[in-house]
Structure formats: structure tokens, C-alpha cells
Design a protein around this ligand. Structure first.
Ligand code: SAM
Length: 279
């Protein structure tokens, strides 16, 4: 049985916690995202899944670029305005321009960043993420978001969990199906960080897409992509921030969060995002 068939048998949710198998015959979200951003670290199956996605949802390309731009703005905000010096970036993706440590260390060279991803292709490129300033530090963990105990214990090698940490989950939680209780996963991470820490989430919004598009994306996900695509509503995304104070302007589309000139049309992407501060 191929891993794709296994994923299909598993209702498209793919698999339990653990490393993602290296399989170029079926699309991986990290490599699709890389192709969508104009990168070269992808295979024919990834490109075919992206082309199919664009047919169903042409604004997927805008949404992807808007998400990456959001990452840059939010890390700048956390480093420059919120004074954060420690970052736990889970769902790192294949390195590209403006990785978290580059953005943070351009503002605060002493920033420390722990990257986490479970895709073997991301692991193969991890060296590009380990180019820290001398004053700061970066580390890469090959781990599954759902295995929070492993992530937190290994992250303590670099991060001091008695001081504020920004936990960034940027365009990853849709890969965690409801059966793996993503809200409990996020709660476990937030339990481990002190008051004054931040949570950043961007997430595909079920209520930002029409029914036909949702059906089309689910069909592509089940047929072509190894991980699940769990779209969630604004209310479901808001629940990740239960008990936190949301930074202005609250929960909005990615291009609407602290937009800068050239950020692009408000009201166009299909990703919700927010930044919360732990009380
Ligand atoms: C769409 S990319 C986002 C990259 C980056 N955060 C950004 O927004 O530019 C999502 C990443 O999450 C990773 N991912 C998905 N599910 C994961 C899991 N359960 N554990 C660790 N990484 C995961 C994928 O391998 C992929 O690299």
C-alpha cells in the first residue's frame, strides 16, 4: 500500500504523530507552498496539486503570498513592538526569503529561534535556517506539532521558558484534523509559556470560501495531498486564543493584519489570522 492509499484509508487525515514519509509520488503541503511561492524545491506531484488547486481556487496564489507577507509583518511586530526575543516557529516550511530568524535578528540580533517541521524535505534544507547571528541562536527540530512533549523538551535547549516566547503556527493547523484535537495541542503549548508570551495563528477559513470551492479543495486534498486540509470557521480559529488578549485589529484576514503599502487587496485571501498575548 502506498502512503497515499494509507492516507485515503485514513479518511485523508494521513497519519499519526511522527515523521512524514518522503514520498515524491504524492503532494506535500511544504512543497506545494514552495511551488506557489515560486521556489524550486518541489516535484511533479506537488506542481500538479497546485495547478489543480488554482483551477478550483485562483486566489490560492494571492492567499499564499499574503500569508508569507503576514509572517514577515508579524515577526517584525513581535521583535520591534512587543520586545519578544524567543520564537518557537512550528510548521516552518522550506526555507525561503525572510525566514523568522532573519526578520527577528535584523531587529534584535540576540533573538533565539527554534524551528519545527516534520517534513523530510524541510529537514534536508534546515541548514539554511541555522545561519544565526553570533549574538542569537537558531535550532531545527524534526518533530510533529502533535507531539508537544517532544517539542517542548527539546526546545528548552535553546529557549528559556521562564521568559516570554512567541509560538507561531502560521498556516499549519489545517494539517491537523479534528480527530487529533488541534485546540488541545495549542493549549498544551500555551501552558508551557509564561505570561507575556504570544500566539500567532493563520488558518484556512471555511467561511471565506464558497461551497463549490470548499468541495473542490477537499476533493483535491483527498486525492492528491498527503496531509489533511481541515478548513475552519472564524469561531473555530478564535477558540485557539481562548483566555488571551488579541492584538489589534483582532481576528482578520492575513492581508488585513497591520497592512503596509503594497500588502494587497483587503477581503481577498481565505486565511484568518490573529495574534494573542497570554495574560
Ligand atoms: C504551508 S507551510 C507554511 C510555512 C510557513 N509557516 C509559512 O507560513 O510561510 C506548512 C508547513 O507545516 C508543516 N506541517 C504540517 N503539519 C505538521 C505537523 N503535524 N507537524 C510539523 N509540521 C507540520 C508542513 O510540513 C509545512 O512545511
Amino acid at each position: 500500500m502506498t502512503s497515499h492509499e494509507a492516507a485515503a484509508q485514513d479518511g485523508g487525515t494521513g497519519r499519526g504523530a511522527g515523521p512524514l514519509p518522503f514520498d515524491t509520488s504524492v503532494a506535500h503541503q511544504a512543497r506545494m507552498y514552495n511551488y506557489m511561492l515560486g521556489g524550486k524545491d518541489n516535484y511533479a506531484a506537488d506542481r500538479a496539486a497546485v495547478e489543480a488547486t488554482l483551477k478550483v481556487y485562483p486566489d490560492a496564489a494571492f492567499t499564499t503570498r499574503a500569508n508569507r507577507a503576514f509572517l514577515g509583518r508579524v515577526i517584525r511586530y513581535l521583535a520591534a513592538d512587543a520586545g519578544i526575543r524567543q520564537f518557537l516557529d512550528i510548521g516552518t516550511g522550506i526555507p525561503t526569503a525572510g525566514n523568522t530568524h532573519e526578520v527577528a535578528q535584523a531587529i534584535a540580533p540576540e533573538s533565539r529561534v527554534v524551528y519545527v517541521d516534520y517534513d523530510p524535505v524541510v529537514l534536508a534544507h534546515a541548514r539554511a535556517l541555522l545561519t544565526s547571528t553570533q549574538e542569537g541562536a537558531t535550532e531545527y527540530l524534526d518533530a510533529d506539532l502533535r507531539d508537544t512533549a517532544a517539542i517542548l523538551s527539546q526546545a528548552t535547549r535553546l529557549l528559556d521558558f521562564t521568559k516570554p516566547v512567541a509560538v507561531t503556527l502560521i498556516s499549519i493547523l489545517h494539517a491537523v484534523p479534528d480527530s487529533d484535537d488541534p485546540h488541545a495541542v495549542v493549549a498544551r503549548l500555551l501552558d508551557a509559556v509564561p505570561s507575556g508570551s504570544y500566539l500567532v495563528v493563520s488558518h484556512w477559513g471555511s467561511d471565506l470560501l464558497g461551497q463549490d470551492t470548499r468541495d473542490g479543495l477537499h476533493d483535491i486534498g483527498n486525492r492528491m495531498v498527503q496531509q489533511s486540509l481541515a478548513l475552519r470557521s472564524r469561531e473555530q480559529v478564535a477558540r485557539f486564543f481562548a483566555g488571551m488578549d488579541l492584538v489589534e485589529p483582532g481576528l482578520v484576514r492575513v492581508e488585513e493584519w497591520h497592512p503596509e503599502p503594497g500588502t494587497g487587496d483587503a477581503g481577498r485571501s481565505s486565511l484568518w489570522c490573529a495574534v494573542g498575548r497570554k495574560r
